[in-house]
Design a protein around this ligand. Structure first.
Ligand SMILES: [Fe+2]
Length: 252
């Protein structure tokens, strides 16, 4: 059973369209999203509507649940005052532009999804989809977290040896195995932060043997995405960010 896992699309419709087209050629059994559908780019409603039209289910990212509930901030991390300001601008823009119907739909997304592709009548494996960690969708589960941290996360989700936990939020892909539980960060479709501007997602193949995890990068029309941001009332820095894969040099 083969799954495509797409996370952190962040209103980047050109990136989403390229990824969905790439997935079409890969003979996957199902596609799921891991949240953060909106924020930082102008196609928030269009991204939501494309996923709804294609019947792609998924979990609520911090951006989705905070926009849905008109919470006071998006739960995003920032490292300096300018980043904080940009974060607030993106959040205010998104709250203002996502339609009431789409906000309501964002609010209906589950916090986690458990899949038992080989059958719920057998012991496993279980594939659990979340955005952050087991308690909050705002927690950054970065690759440098300790084995103890990941062990607690696995236990908190009720995972057992051989299970897979897939998540996003950090926009930095990786695969680690702790206590024989697979922790897969799928990276980001619409706002990568690893210096590679191409859209990122994961194809996960779950067979009777151990899972195979493929990190895929897809070229898309990043110029179109950047131009869309610059033509909107969003800060132009978000366009620079996409073009550099999150490595905007200071002063640019
Ligand atoms: Fe995100």
């Amino acid at each position: 059973m083969k799954f495509a896992l797409i996370s952190d699309i962040h209103a980047n419709l050109p990136a989403l369209e390229a990824v969905l087209q790439d997935i079409e050629g890969r003979n996957v059994d199902a596609t799921y999203h891991l949240g953060d559908l909106v924020g930082y780019a102008p196609w928030a409603n269009e991204v939501i509507e494309r996923l709804r039209r294609d019947g792609i289910s998924g979990v609520a990212g911090n951006y989705d649940s905070t926009v849905a509930t008109d919470y006071k901030h998006c739960g995003c991390r920032y490292e300096d005052p300018r980043q904080e300001e940009l974060s607030h601008l993106s959040y205010a823009w998104t709250r203002e532009h996502v339609s009431p119907e789409n906000k309501h739909w964002l609010g209906s997304l589950p916090f986690r999804i458990d899949l038992r592709p080989l059958g719920g009548h057998t012991a496993g494996p279980t594939l659990t989809l979340i955005h952050g960690n087991q308690t909050l969708n705002t927690v950054y589960v970065t690759e440098d977290r300790s084995d103890d941290f990941l062990g607690k996360m696995g236990a908190g989700l009720g995972a057992r040896a051989g299970d897979i936990i897939a998540f996003g939020h950090t926009h930095l892909p990786y695969h680690r195995v702790v206590n024989d539980i697979h922790f897969v960060n799928t990276g980001s479709v619409g706002r990568p932060k690893d210096g590679d501007w191409r859209a990122g997602y994961v194809v996960l193949d779950l067979g009777p043997e151990k899972p195979s995890v493929e990190f895929v990068r897809v070229e898309y029309d990043v110029k179109k995405a950047a131009a869309g941001i610059r033509a909107s009332t969003l800060p132009a820095e978000f366009a620079d960010y996409l073009e550099t894969g999150g490595k905007v040099s200071p002063g640019r």
